[in-house]
Design a protein around this ligand. Structure first.
Ligand code: NAP
Length: 323
């Protein structure tokens, strides 16, 4: 198949590009700064010659969006919103204008669309969409608004020949340098892998290989459309999540951090505490109901596998730079 991945130069794009290329597909990445074979320029906002890549392709997987690993200043929040909404809109326009549109458009969304909760897991049918939680910082609602607008933009695209799926993905755990697992493991090795603000908040996650398999499953299954949760069936409280990670890496101690310490740490890391403190309890209702099976459903085994692979040396995340 020819698979076009707008925004495919980042963490998730590298995982998909590597796996889908290895599986024998032709992968084209749309990026604002092409450097490597298989990368084509676009600006993420306007139709251009890049749209020719989409015309005649089989699959589009749009991942574009300003990184969420930053301080949630008004300017950054606006950039997070605009980059997602605009890129989704223009991908929809390219598909709508194609003489031979792709069979399926997988659009990245996020598990953050669901409410901050501890009491019950969110699946697609019964899960509660967030934004109205009491006692959480106001800007958390904005993250949910971004997710909702992102999905709405795909829904409203007029692409009758193309099946549309929104990927409500949890944190994708891979051994790649700079990825979320690498960062968490690095913190744990510094002794900072303890509970944050009590650690009762749930962490939803998905092993990179299951993420790729789920994407392949959703490409193959012509009868599945709409939002699909991409999360392992075993989300767990942050305290347990980090304890398991420390055990997998043989790290005995993880210092607890209070909320203000997390604020300080996030400030130093130029990140934001929502990523640490929001309770994301998300489960793969539709994937399981449709017969998808996870190779790594539970965190203790998945963490051991990821630690083993990360010890095997840095994973090459990128295609070689063009000569
Ligand atoms: N990583 C996860 O675990 C996870 C989980 C759930 C959802 N997601 C979502 O999945 C998507 C991919 O995640 P990721 O971790 O791979 O993110 P990433 O590493 O930040 O990569 C996102 C890509 O989007 C492109 N981009 C950034 N700003 C843009 C803009 N203003 N206009 C157009 N393109 C822009 C960049 O490509 P160029 O600079 O090359 O143009 C970048 O490589 C993101 O939208 C993220 O929110 C990620």
């Amino acid at each position: 198949m020819k698979i076009v991945i707008p925004g495919g130069t980042g963490q998730v794009g590298a995982i998909l590009d590597r796996a889908l290329t290895e599986a024998g597909h032709e992968v084209v990445v749309l990026t604002r700064r092409p450097k490597r074979e298989g990368e084509v320029w676009w600006d993420g906002e306007h139709l251009g010659s890049w749209a020719r890549e989409i015309d005649g392709s089989d699959v589009v997987i749009n991942l574009a969006g300003r990184s969420v690993s930053c301080r949630y200043t008004p300017a950054n929040l606006k950039a997070m919103m605009d980059s997602r909404v605009h890129s989704t809109r223009v991908v929809g326009e390219a598909i709508a204008a194609a003489a031979h549109p792709p069979r399926v458009w997988l659009q990245m969304s996020t598990a953050t669309v669901y409410t901050h909760r501890y009491d019950a897991p969110n699946d697609e049918a019964t899960g509660l969409i967030g934004g109205a939680e009491p006692d959480v910082p106001g800007y958390w609602a904005y993250s949910v608004e971004i997710a909702k607008n992102w999905e709405r933009e795909q829904e409203r695209a007029d692409t009758p020949g193309t099946r549309k799926v929104a990927l409500r993905a949890a944190m994708v755990m891979s051994p790649d340098r700079g990825g979320v697992f690498d960062v968490l493991l690095g913190l744990a090795r510094l002794g900072l892998g303890g509970p944050v603000a009590g650690g009762a908040q749930y962490v939803s996650w998905i092993h990179d290989q299951d993420f790729v398999r789920a994407v392949e499953f959703l490409i193959a299954r012509d009868d599945i459309a709409g939002p699909v949760n991409l999360a392992a069936p075993g989300p767990l409280p942050q305290r347990a999540f980090m304890r398991v990670l420390r055990a997998a890496r043989g790290i005995p101690v993880g210092l607890p951090a209070t909320k203000w310490m997390a604020e300080l740490g996030a400030f130093v890391l130029r990140s934001d505490t929502e990523l640490l403190l929001k309770s994301r309890r998300v489960v793969p209702g539709r994937l399981l109901a449709e017969g998808f099976t996870f190779d790594h459903p539970q965190w203790p085994e998945a963490a051991v596998d990821l630690v083993r692979r990360s010890r095997g040396g840095a994973v090459s995340t990128r295609r070689p730079v063009r000569a």
